[in-house]
Design a protein around this ligand. Structure first.
Ligand code: AMP
Length: 437
């Protein structure tokens, strides 16, 4: 029989790789705590209609990338392609508005899109995201961008520049779409088939294209367009959106966040209004967006709720990890594992010692009756910081041997003082660390 494989576009995260993920997630939780955001977990599938409504029936995600299915009760469902729609649905369903005007929420979890798999693009991928629901204040946009940047900083990304733009109101965007369409008209037939379709349905999306031909045309290398004449969304903004954008930019400046205007940044989803932002990492090639977000003042209304402004972002965790790897970041090691090694006569006593130590430390031991030298090899393999050897002679005296695997030195410790003795060895690491700082 053919062996099973993970479905195309999905991956297993196995030991050796999962540690990086755990580290990225733990750092994120820590940053969210310091920003006073609350976690929210929503289902991985929802009514198909929720996504059709929030992403726009005509959007690419809905048209081509949705994992849509009918369950045994004949419900029309879909695996979530992104997190915001579910969060807004939950916000309305639980009447969160009655519990307070402004909600700051974060989430992490898998998302599903039926795209063509390639480096940095999977059919099941992970996102970490955050939302501020309930205020149109520019300070909220600036805070969400600061949180976005601080997550990347916590993951070791330095000197990030956030690309920002404003997509205004749906009305001003409509006016811009017409100007863009007119600008692209001379090259319309040269564009990729997808972009020709976008040109009629949602011309702004042409600017999002990753197709090499479209990129060449937009860069003026083919078709004779002059990129410097491309119309800018910022020139079409309504007065309020312009004022809002200027306020966001000056807030960002006051908290020393580097941002640059990217006129081509329009975002793919229909519910976005005003602020849009994104960060890229060129080392990732075609799929270079690490994350992005923006304001979605029309979404909650679109879902049947009262007009409620919101702003948020999502970050692609898979890509964050790829970027970290391409930078050559080394894995943060788990702090000091203790390995308990026993001999013929002390083997029966080992499990109780291991269990007691596990209340305090990460402890590993041998499950089979292997020789001491085989156990020492295992201790090396798991990079144990300390090996506790239950030698028969010492055991009879109520003592154990502690081997510091960094220095190779051994000491004997009384059983009733083993935690203090292990702490002394682990404590020497902390002293070295603080000297290094
Ligand atoms: P979006 O919701 O399309 O703005 O996506 C937000 C982030 O999720 C992107 O910037 C990517 O980092 C990540 N992302 C989106 N689609 C995929 C995918 N198919 N595979 C991996 N990461 C993705």
């Amino acid at each position: 029989m053919a062996r099973f494989q993970a479905p195309r576009g999905t991956r297993d995260l196995i030991p050796g790789e999962i540690e990086r993920w755990q580290w990225v997630e733990a750092m994120a939780r820590d940053v969210f705590d310091r920003y006073c955001y609350d976690e929210i977990r929503t289902p991985m599938f929802e009514d198909y209609e929720l996504f059709a409504r929030s992403s726009g029936e005509a959007s690419e995600v809905v048209q081509k990338e949705m994992y849509r299915f009918t369950d045994q009760g004949d419900r029309d469902l879909a695996l979530r392609p992104e997190g915001t729609a579910g969060v807004c649905r939950a916000y309305l369903e639980h009447g969160l508005a009655s519990r307070g005007r402004i909600h700051r929420l974060w989430y992490m979890g898998p998302m599903f899109r039926y795209g063509r798999p390639q480096k940095g693009r999977y059919r099941q991928f992970w996102q970490i995201g955050a939302e501020i629901i309930g205020t149109p204040a520019p300070r909220a946009d600036a805070e969400i961008i600061a949180l976005f940047v601080d997550l990347f900083e916590a993951w070791g990304f330095e000197d990030l520049v956030v690309m920002v733009n404003s997509v205004g109101s749906p009305e001003s965007r409509q006016a811009y779409a017409e100007r863009l369409k007119a600008w692209l008209a001379p090259v319309a037939t040269l564009l990729s088939p997808e972009s020709q379709e976008r040109l009629t349905r949602n011309p702004l999306r042409v600017l999002d294209s990753k197709h090499p031909t479209d990129l060449a045309i937009l860069a003026g290398k083919q078709g004779g367009l002059d990129p410097s004449t491309m119309p800018h969304m910022l020139d079409e903004l309504d007065a309020e959106s312009r004022e809002h954008f200027e306020a966001v930019r000056s807030e960002l400046e006051s908290i020393e966040i580097n941002s640059e205007i990217d006129h081509g940044l329009v975002r793919g989803l229909d519910y976005y209004t005003r602020t849009a932002f994104e960060v890229h990492d060129r080392s990732l090639g075609a799929q270079s967006a690490l994350g992005g977000g923006g304001r979605y003042d029309r979404l909650i209304e679109e879902l049947g709720g009262p007009a409620t402004p919101g702003v948020g972002f999502s970050i692609g965790v898979d890509r964050v990890l790829l970027a970290m790897e391409s930078r050559g970041d080394t894995l943060v090691k788990k702090a000091g594992t203790i390995f308990v090694a026993s001999t013929e006569g002390t083997r029966p006593a080992a499990p109780a010692i291991v269990r007691a130590l596990r209340a305090v430390y990460a402890v590993d031991h041998d499950l089979e009756a292997r020789t001491l030298s085989a156990q020492m090899k295992s201790a090396d393999k798991v990079e144990a910081r300390v090996v506790m050897i239950l030698g028969e002679d010492e055991w009879k005296q109520g003592q154990v041997v502690l081997r510091d695997m960094k220095t190779g030195s051994q000491t004997t410790a009384n059983l009733d003082e083993m935690v203090e003795s292990i702490d002394r060895i682990l404590g020497s690491d902390r002293e070295v660390e603080s000297e290094e700082e």
